[in-house]
Structure formats: structure tokens, C-alpha cells
Design a protein around this ligand. Sequence first.
Ligand SMILES: Nc1ncnc2c1ncn2[C@@H]1O[C@H](COP(=O)(O)OP(=O)(O)OP(=O)(O)O)[C@@H](O)[C@H]1O
Length: 222
Amino acid sequence: MVLRGVRVDFGAHHALRGVDLELSAGRVTAVAGPNGAGKTTLLEVVAGTRRPSAGTRSAPRTVAFVPQRAAVPDRLPVTVRDVVTVGTWRRPEVRRRQGTGRRAAVDEALERLDLTGVADRPFAVLSGGQRQRALLAQGLVGRADLLLLDEPTTGLDAASSARIRALVANEARRGAAVLCVSHDPALLETADRVVHLEDGRVVTGARVPTQSGRRTAHSNPT
Ligand SMILES: Nc1ncnc2c1ncn2[C@@H]1O[C@H](COP(=O)(O)OP(=O)(O)OP(=O)(O)O)[C@@H](O)[C@H]1O
């Protein structure tokens, strides 16, 4: 996945001001930066859901985007299993696994996110942390080439956060390129590379917080 010279303008406001970014298969890239720096906007451009005002984007065939929250009306009768199954729709080889094969892929994703016990409950009645994990299961089930995560550990307890970090590393190990917006020091520490955004620009040499101290953005080789 490559972005070149990407700019996003909201009227007179420049949310991204000429961003270059390359994501490689098998690597986790984290995006850090203060509120309003343009992190979510960058994720949307990479996902292909927001067209840049200028610049170019090339992306692999399959992309999974896990937003921080999904608004599901309480009256919509969808179960946790339904939400996860949506993740198979755009992936032909998973979609073609009809019947037990497809169900097995969904069951496996539910299991990986510790959601088996609530699989048949309405999505709307889940806690915030459970919803977050259901959206992650939806993102993982299709085994996309590019996996995009917006603050995947925010609001989760320590055990759930550790599980998510392990899953993220595992997705890279199976060959996905992973891009992850996060303020979580533990997640930033386990990323292969940290890209620091400030005021719509990639800042090199910025200090990023880690659990064990501070390190320099881009300090890991790409
Ligand atoms: N749809 C929009 N219309 C107008 N301005 C927007 C829109 N979306 C984002 N912005 C502005 O663009 C800038 C970047 O927003 P963005 O949400 O990408 O930042 P962020 O780094 O993700 O912030 P946070 O950490 O608070 O989530 C902000 O100044 C924001 O107010």
C-alpha cells in the first residue's frame, strides 16, 4: 500500500498536508499523534473511504477497516455472529466456504476474541469492550491483505488489550500489512514502526511514548 503526497482539505482546514506512506506485508505500522493531528483521516484515506483532495493511493485487493466504534441502532436485530459474518462478505474464498466451512471461520474469529459465549446475543446489548472485540473479529475473519485498526485497545481491560496486541502481531505474521492508530504505549512498543503525525504531516524524529521510556518515531527499520 502506497500513499504519495496525500492532502485532505475540509474547506479551508488542511487535515493532511502531503503525506507519503508505504505499508509492507507482514509488518505492523502504528500511527501516533495528538488529537486532531489527522490520524483518523489518514486511516480513512488508506481504507479508500475518503478521497484525498490531492495525491495518490494504491492498495492491495482486500482491505479490512475496523473503526473505533460502530453505531448500531438498538432496534436492529443483528447478533454478534451476524456482525462477524459481515467480515466474510467481501472475501470470495471465505464467502465460498459455504455451510460448515464458512461457519467454522466465523466460529474461529469469535473464539479468538473470546466472544463464543455471547455469539447469539444482540450486538446492541453488548458492553463497549465486547462491541470493540466483535468489530475486531469482523475485521479478522476475512483475512484481508491490509488490516486497518482505529484505537483497537482503547477502553479495554488489561487482559483484553494484551489479547488484541497478540492478535495484531499474529495478523502480521500470517502476511497482512497492518496499520493501527493508537495512543496505547504497549501497542506502540510492539509495532514494527511508529509514524508520528502532527498537524497533518508526518514528523520524523518525534518522541513517542512507550511503556519503558520514550523512543524516536521511525526508530524501527521499515
Ligand atoms: N468531516 C470533517 N469536516 C471538517 N473537519 C474535519 C472532519 N473530519 C476531521 N476534521 C478535522 O480534521 C482534523 C483531523 O481530524 P482527525 O479526526 O483525522 O484527527 P485525529 O488525529 O484522528 O484526532 P483524535 O486523536 O482526536 O481522534 C481535525 O482538526 C478535525 O477537526
